[in-house]
Design a protein around this ligand. Structure first.
Ligand code: HEM
Length: 512
């Protein structure tokens, strides 16, 4: 997503149109972010954090005085009411109470911490919150394990020991094992991985955030950064492998600290530009690397916010990190880096600034924000993507997931709208994917193609969309799902075409 796009707030977490709320103009996600940055006190307590008892929380249960608690933190959601995509009535269900379970039942993947970062009143003071801190188990097993990667010739000793299992922990089980040169921590979560943050401090403190639950492991000894991250989000398995600074067997993995304060994880990080390459006349690929030892998993279709002070103004914009969709066109894949496709718009303060950054420059990037969930595609056989210009950027991770990772064997058809040949982003890569993968297809449509352009011409229309998306009632076995992303007018036209063709809200999702 680039700064030509003005996000508003349609789109549904579950695809269930009954749950969708029509938000008033001026109440989009971007409007909310703007309000948060305007300096207005959203906490209602002048930003002075305090401990809130359950009794006090219960008193703030009105629409014009609404507090709720999630995972031990109390938020003032009074101002968020009209911005909540699920509507005021729904949000009111969680007001005045510890809403952790309710929130998780509805949309555990929503990054409430980023959205409500300016609304924190304090922490919930009573011990009976539903947080997920860890109680180390007294019983532990130690056994020889046949994990991969060991060299029997070296007779390396390996130990496996259960770290801990707490009743409310975010993981259902966890293991660790080691060889002389590395240590591996494995977590089996109870749910799809939607959030994974890792940071390593100089004094060997490993901060882990797994689906909103925070853990702090004081490692037995020093390790190198970066670690290796193996992630199977749908199965809920997270594997972290750290190289030891000194070859030695550790007595234990370290100590698991309890009651980790959530302030320990920042909501934005500094990243350095390590590469800035032009890919078209006005678009660059920017490779950014975290300054500190930090890793943030960005789930499919999720974005981050860039923040910068330009000409004395604070500017924020969402950008979706891009991934390569064909192995012949690799992008930087180190866990320390994120790749962004930035188009420089004439009137785009931030995009122009980002495109002008030299290597070594530092930018501020937020934690990933997720409003799209690939589970919307469950049960579908075909994915149709309608993208215009930089609207293709959030689609790369979706295409990569749908074609290479998902077990659903979806067929994917992209209709990609641009002005002229030179505007087609990663056109060669998409074409190569089409040649190599029979389940993937891309059609480029140009509004102002050169005289030698032999492909389709025009703008988004019923006829063009119909070439991939028949009337809903004739779609038969295909059961297609559509993703839309482009400038505001494009999105509106695409949605109205889909509705004309008989598609319902649960049949499409619009990235704004
Ligand atoms: C605790 C009480 C809450 C309830 C009962 C609730 C309920 C809902 C419902 C029913 C939806 C619509 C789902 C759909 O379209 O399928 C929704 C969407 C949403 N809610 Fe909440 N919500 C709650 C709290 C929150 C909070 C605290 C936040 C964050 C600050 C939040 C952020 C969102 C977002 C971003 C969406 C849109 C998700 C998407 O499009 O995928 N909600 N909520």
């Amino acid at each position: 997503m680039g700064d030509s796009l003005k996000p508003s707030s349609s789109g549904s977490a579950t695809g269930n149109p009954r749950n969708k709320a029509a938000l008033k103009p001026g109440c989009s996600l971007m409007d909310w972010i703007r309000l948060g940055n305007s300096g207005v006190d959203l906490t209602g307590v002048n930003g002075v954090r305090r401990t809130v008892s359950k009794k006090e929380l219960a008193r703030h249960n009105k629409r014009n005085d609404a507090w709720l608690a999630i995972r031990g933190k109390v938020y003032n959601v009074t101002r968020y009411m009209e911005f909540h995509p699920g509507g005021e009535e729904e949000l009111m269900r969680g007001v005045g109470i510890d809403a952790t379970k309710l929130f998780n039942d509805v949309h555990a993947w929503v990054n409430y911490e980023s959205l409500l970062q300016k609304c924190i009143v304090g922490s919930l003071g009573e011990a009976d919150t539903e947080g997920a801190f860890i109680v180390p188990r007294t019983k532990s097993s130690s056994k020889l394990s046949a994990a991969s990667g060991q060299n029997p010739a070296k007779k390396l000793i390996e130990q496996t020991r259960n770290i801990s299992i707490a009743t409310n922990a975010v993981w259902s089980s966890s293991d660790w094992f080691q060889q002389l040169t590395f240590i591996c921590l494995i977590f089996y979560l109870k749910a799809t991985v939607m959030q994974l943050h890792i940071s390593l401090t100089e004094d060997s403190n490993l901060i882990l955030k797994l689906n909103q639950a925070l853990h702090n492991v004081k490692l037995e000894s020093t390790v190198r950064w970066p670690c290796k991250v193996k992630l199977n989000p749908t199965v809920g398995k997270v594997e972290l492998e750290f190289r030891k600074v000194e070859s030695a067997l550790w007595r234990t993995f370290g100590v698991l600290m309890k009651n980790v304060p959530s302030e320990i994880v920042s909501s934005s990080w500094k990243m350095t530009v390590i590469k800035s390459d032009s890919i078209t006349h006005d678009t660059k690929i920017l490779v950014l690397k975290y300054v500190d030892c930090v890793y943030n998993y960005v789930p499919v279709g999720c974005h981050v916010m860039f923040e910068a002070v330009i000409d004395g103004k604070v500017v924020e914009r969402p950008y979706t990190p891009v991934v390569s969709v064909h192995p012949e066109y690799p992008v930087e894949s180190s866990i320390e880096c994120l790749n962004f496709m930035i188009k420089s718009y004439d009137n785009g303060l931030l995009s122009k600034w980002l495109c002008s950054l030299p290597t070594g420059a530092v930018v501020s990037v937020s934690a990933p924000l997720c409003v799209f969930n690939p589970s919307l595609l469950n049960g579908r056989k075909k994915l149709v993507i309608l993208a215009a210009g930089t609207g293709i950027t959030p689609m790369f991770s979706v295409i990569n997931w749908a074609v290479h990772t998902s077990s659903q064997r979806l067929s994917v058809s992209v209709i990609f709208f641009n002005k002229s040949e030179c505007d087609i982003l990663w056109g060669e890569q998409l074409n190569k994917l089409m040649i190599d993968n029979e389940r993937f297809k891309v059609e480029n449509v140009l509004s102002n193609g050169s005289s030698s352009w032999t492909g389709k011409r025009g703008r988004i229309s019923v006829e063009i969309v119909q070439s991939e998306l028949p009337d809903r009632q004739n779609s038969g076995e295909d059961n297609p799902f559509t993703l839309i992303c482009g400038p505001v007018n494009f999105n509106q036209t695409a949605e109205s075409i889909l509705q004309k063709l008989g598609y319902q809200h649960e049949d499409y999702y619009c990235f704004h």
